[in-house]
Design a protein around this ligand. Structure first.
Ligand SMILES: Nc1ncnc2c1ncn2[C@@H]1O[C@H](COP(=O)(O)OP(=O)(O)OP(=O)(O)O)[C@@H](O)[C@H]1O
Length: 812
């Protein structure tokens, strides 16, 4: 403000002077100044971001073309700059597209596609080109060969930031040894200070993309990740938008663009998950908003002051006494069968009876006659004071009053005294009765306004209270009582031209229950591959993974997956490592701004037996926590796609996925703890028992106790014991525990061939040794035995599987 004041003259003409300095800004100019928004805020980070953009594109392109990705990344020192080269074996890019893909921001194939892909905005690679030209002044060099193409195309280009259009320096045909694929070479001001992040990005990309071969050669290191599987991620399907996910502007654009004439056709053709039934529900909801509903009333009974037959009779002239009387009586009789009637139902009834009377009496009930009859009859139904058929001395809208009294009474608590209920009903009745629309067609908001005014007046004049809940209950009860109208909705063009109607349609879509979008547009990693990926990277004691069912945020489906690795070689000092992924892309920066990190911090990890000082924050210890969010539209906090935004639906799924994996960790740790305690106890017993046994035998003069036997009993262990009687070998399993034990024994016998005497086992000879294999189940408290003969020279080496080491005592 101050600066303008000092520059500009006083008074008039300031706007004109300002106007001279106002001009539009091209998107390229904008990002030139705001590089940080795209992840190019420093040389170190810029290099990582450029690698990430190029590799993500390469993976996307290969997968789309069904090609197992083969990606080569090289970083070279080039004088004052660094040269980045990324090559892929993807489908290549056509000659016409190359300049736009690399030389124009916001140009891409994925922005409009509702399909899971790494790229979303069409900014990534052109932003890298922009960054490189800005810092080194050199053009990007692109080589691309399409599948089946005889030659490759070669371009050198920069982005004209004024126009956001490519400026081509060199364009020629060239040879390239790759049969298809794309190569980009850029020079930029950079440094290798973010080497760790770069390595993490490459390593983590390999973990979640086991179908890709990725090689990185940088000035001081060379890393190569081989393909683990030829299986490409399941192909994803593009989906139409979900009705719960569009904004008003998008809806209006879609209404303008559609070929459908009717709303029903529009809904079914343009949206996913909308069939005939769902579109009917949406249209019903739309009608409620657009036309309102018609209030229904209890028709007057014979003892009440209104006489519908008399009103109808008086309204019909010149149709003959007999036909008129029958018409009036039949409508009144039919009305008796109605609990409640709305205006359009009454009109239908009058029409039906009039048609019958026309046939029977050979008279014509034209539209004017019918309209008059409807008007008079409806006046009597609602007890209007001036209506024919309503007793002159009856209170006006007596009929509505008693009806409304019943409604208000039913939905208010007994704390409201009769006078208050009556007060509300008395004040509501004339609002309906005198409303501009004699059909009593009202929107929910109009009903709410009636109730508000009636309740305010009752509070003011009757010294009563009628709070928000009571008011809302009455509104709801009245809305429920009102009937949806049968009018046809406006067609698509009419709605498109009417902002209010479009907004009503949007509200109707959002209010209708519609099943979640299909998930074949998503490609989660799946829990077994997550576990495998973690296993490949971390030599841990325990792994767990979970993949949640799909959910929706803003109309886009998403799936959250979580994985945990614990113990073993995982770094035990300090905080757990949190690995974040979105659409199979590792998120390297902005850990603290990510919803994933927030959720990890909020979980009480102590509940899962992990160390968490203060009960919140990232847990301590040898843990790796991995989270993957897959969506057709991952909500990132910025264009640099480093952090997932705090969307509540997402956060809740992230939490559930992590808790699922953490529950498994908890039972592992619990078991491990109890095994440790067991081991400690056994160690103590193993020291004490022999001493006790020795003393006992000295005192009693008896043979020494069988320690193993005693130990197994005290510890409730499964005891595996070898007994020998001459050539007979007896293996005995004694189950001292309180549950059945599935035991697999392998007894390797050397020196003498074992011959089975009884029991269900097998003997296999290998290199002069015999493997006696015995699998059996022993119930709690039971025993099982296997007998075989072996010579006196036989030597044995037994191993027991199926039970944890801490639960078994071997005396063999
Ligand atoms: N290596 C490649 N092979 C084939 N096509 C590519 C390659 N790189 C980019 N493209 C095409 O160029 C488009 C633009 O890529 P760009 O990185 O600018 O944006 P994006 O990947 O769509 O989205 P984002 O801005 O989120 O990265 C892509 O959508 C894709 O169609």
């Amino acid at each position: 403000m101050t600066s303008y004041q000092s520059q500009l003259g006083e008074g008039e003409g300031i706007a004109e002077e300002l106007a001279e300095s106002q001009r539009s800004i091209s998107i390229a100019e904008f990002f030139e100044k705001n590089k940080h928004m795209l992840g190019f805020d420093s040389g170190a980070r810029g290099l990582v971001t450029a690698v990430k953009e190029a590799v993500d594109n390469a993976l996307d392109a290969c997968e789309e073309a069904g090609i197992a990705p083969d990606i080569y990344v090289e970083i070279q020192e080039a004088g004052d700059y660094y040269r980045l080269i990324v090559e892929d074996n993807g489908p290549g890019i056509t000659k016409e597209q190359i300049p736009k893909v690399f030389g124009k921001l916001l140009y891409g194939s994925r922005f409009h596609a509702r399909e899971q892909s790494r790229g979303q905005q069409g900014i990534g690679i052109s932003a890298a080109v922009l960054y490189s030209q800005l810092t080194s002044g050199k053009p990007a060099k692109i080589t691309s060969r399409t599948k089946g193409g005889a030659d490759a195309e070669y371009f050198e280009l920069i982005i004209d930031t004024d126009t956001n259009e490519p400026e081509i320096d060199v364009e020629e045909t060239t040879t390239w040894e790759r049969p298809h694929g794309t190569r980009i070479e850029m020079e930029m001001e950079a440094n290798m200070r973010a080497r760790n992040q770069l390595h993490d990005y490459i390593k983590d990309t390999a973990v979640v993309n086991p179908h890709a071969r990725i090689e990185l050669r940088e000035p001081s290191e060379h890393m190569k990740y081989e393909r683990v599987t030829d299986q490409l991620p399941a192909e994803t399907e593009e989906i139409r938008p979900h009705p719960h996910g569009v904004e008003l502007g998008t809806l209006i654009k879609m209404l303008d663009a559609t070929d459908s004439y009717s709303v029903s056709g529009f809904l079914q053709n343009e949206f996913t998950r909308v069939g005939g039934k769902t579109s009917d529900s949406v249209i019903d909801n739309f009608r409620d908003r657009h036309f309102g509903r018609e209030m229904s009333w209890t028709p007057p009974k014979s003892h009440e002051p209104a006489d519908v037959a008399r009103a109808l009779d008086a309204a019909v002239a010149n149709k003959g006494a007999e036909a008129t009387a029958e018409f009036a009586d039949r409508v009144a009789d039919a009305l008796d069968g109605y609990d409640r009637v709305a205006h359009h139902e009454f009109v239908d009834l009058v029409d039906d009876v009039a048609d019958d009377i026309e046939d029977k009496h050979d008279v014509t009930f034209g539209s004017t006659v019918r309209e008059n009859a409807c008007e008079a009859g409806w006046g009597a139904v609602v007890g209007a004071g001036d209506a024919v058929g309503v007793d002159e001395d009856a209170d006006e809208y007596e009929q509505l009053r008693s009806d409304l009294y019943a409604v208000v009474d039913e939905v208010t608590t007994t704390q409201k005294d009769d006078a208050t209920v009556q007060g509300i009903a008395d004040r509501l009745a004339p609002k309906f009765g005198d409303s501009d629309d004699p059909r009593h067609r009202l929107t929910r908001d109009e009903i709410r306004e009636f109730v508000r005014r009636a309740a305010d007046a009752t509070e003011e004049y009757d010294d009563a209270t009628f709070g928000e809940t009571a008011r809302e209950n009455v509104v709801e009860a009245l809305w429920e009582r009102a009937r949806g109208v049968p009018d046809d909705p406006p067609n698509v063009t009419e709605i498109a031209g009417d902002r209010d109607a479009s907004s009503e349609l949007l509200d109707a879509m959002r209010e209708t229950d519609i099943i979640a979008p299909p998930t074949d547009c998503l490609s989660p990693i799946e829990s077994d591959l997550i576990e495998e990926g973690l296993r490949k990277e971390y030599d841990a004691d325990f792994y767990a993974a979970s993949t949640r069912d799909a959910s929706v945020h803003g109309g886009d489906p998403f799936i959250v997956e979580a994985g945990l690795a614990y113990g073993g070689d995982v770094e035990a000092e300090g905080k757990a490592e949190v690995m974040r992924f979105a659409n199979r892309v590792p998120l390297v920066y902005q850990r603290g701004a990510c919803a994933t990190t927030d959720v990890v911090k909020q979980i009480n990890w102590r509940n899962y037996n992990l160390d968490q000082p203060g009960g919140s924050g990232i847990p301590n210890g040898p843990v790796v926590i991995m989270v993957h969010v897959a969506s057709t539209n991952v909500p990132f906090t910025s264009e640099s796609k480093d952090a997932v935004a705090n969307v509540p639906e997402l956060e809740s799924e992230i939490e559930l996925a992590m808790r699922e994996a953490a529950r498994e960790l908890k039972s592992f740790l619990k078991k491990r703890r109890s095994m440790q305690q067991r081991r400690e106890k056994q160690d103590k017993l193993a020291t004490i028992l022999p001493e006790m046994a020795e003393k006992l035998s000295a005192v009693t003069d008896n043979d020494e106790l069988d320690i193993d036997d005693t130990l197994a009993r005290i510890m409730n262990n499964v005891l595996v014991e070898r007994q020998r009687d001459g050539d007979t070998v007896r293996l005995v399993i004694e189950n001292n525990s309180d549950r059945a034990a599935e035991v697999e024994i392998t007894d390797i016998v050397a020196g003498s061939e074992p011959v089975l005497a009884n029991g269900d086992a097998s003997v296999v000879e290998m290199d002069g040794e015999w493997f006696v294999k015995w699998s059996t189940s022993v119930s709690a408290g039971d025993e099982a035995a296997l007998e075989y003969d072996a010579g006196a020279d036989a030597e044995f080496d037994i191993s027991v599987e199926g039970i944890e080491d801490e639960r078994v005592t071997i005396d063999a």
